[in-house]
Ligand binder design. Structure first.
Ligand SMILES: [Zn+2]
Ligand SMILES: [Zn+2]
Length: 228
């Protein structure tokens, strides 16, 4: 399907921006993706920390074997490594393997904290950085570097998922969309909203439950009216 749009495009995904997104550097879908990545990160870290040892398929280890223990997986150790105190930059391309998660998130946390004259999080682990960044994302989407934030986190999540093999699942919600009545509602893990794949409407779980309750009440009233 080819979509033609006359207006400006989202710099991250090239979708046409809605009128209420024109003052932003990320469309709503890209912003929701960044939010979901930060929400997904703590669960990925649990699996990632469990993947530090190199996978071996050479059969059971023999007790008392003189084979030295295998070193940890270098890519995983890099990702989980400590961050440098300054901004993470690699002008000469000397960095081998992925940048530490704490370094990637830490440099964004420092940027946001400086720009907004705030104190950063007290603790320097990735979970705290992710939790701290979350509430600033709406503001961040209006900054010229928002596209870079999206690209870096997308790359980081791709690397992490490549190791953990844990990917978000999308489940169909078996009820019609309150807006277009199509059976196309779906919820992806760690996303805030249930999305209609047909019309693009977004619902929180609460909104969906409320419309379901209202619909049920309407049907019951109709039934009573018919019976009366
Ligand atoms: Zn976008
Ligand atoms: Zn719909």
């Amino acid at each position: 399907m080819t979509t033609t749009t006359a207006g400006p495009l989202c710099p991250a995904c090239s979708r046409g921006l809605h009128p209420d997104e024109l003052d932003r550097w990320l469309c709503g879908a890209c912003l929701r993706a960044v939010r979901a990545w930060l929400a997904e990160l703590p669960a990925q870290l649990v699996v990632l920390r469990g993947s530090r040892l190199r996978e071996t398929t050479d059969g059971p280890r023999v007790a008392g074997s003189r084979t030295p223990p295998l070193p940890g997986r270098l890519d995983t150790l890099n990702l989980l490594g400590p961050c440098s105190p300054g901004d993470v930059t690699d002008p000469h391309g000397d960095q081998h393997g992925p940048l530490p998660i704490a370094g990637v998130l830490g440099s964004w946390v420092r940027l946001v904290a400086e720009d907004r004259h705030l104190e950063g999080p007290q603790r320097g682990d990735p979970e705290h950085f992710a939790a701290w960044l979350g509430p600033h994302l709406d503001w961040a989407a209006g900054q010229p570097w928002a596209t870079e934030l999206h690209t870096e986190l997308q790359q980081m999540m791709r690397t992490i998922r490549g190791i953990t093999r844990v990917r978000p699942r999308t489940r169909a919600i078996p009820r019609p969309c309150p807006s277009c009545a199509t059976l196309a509602l779906a919820k992806t893990d760690w996303q805030t909203y249930v999305e209609c794949q047909a019309c693009g409407s977004l619902y929180t779980d609460t909104e969906l439950a409320d419309t379901a309750a209202a619909e049920l009440a309407r049907l019951q009233r109709e039934e009573q009216d018919t019976a009366a």
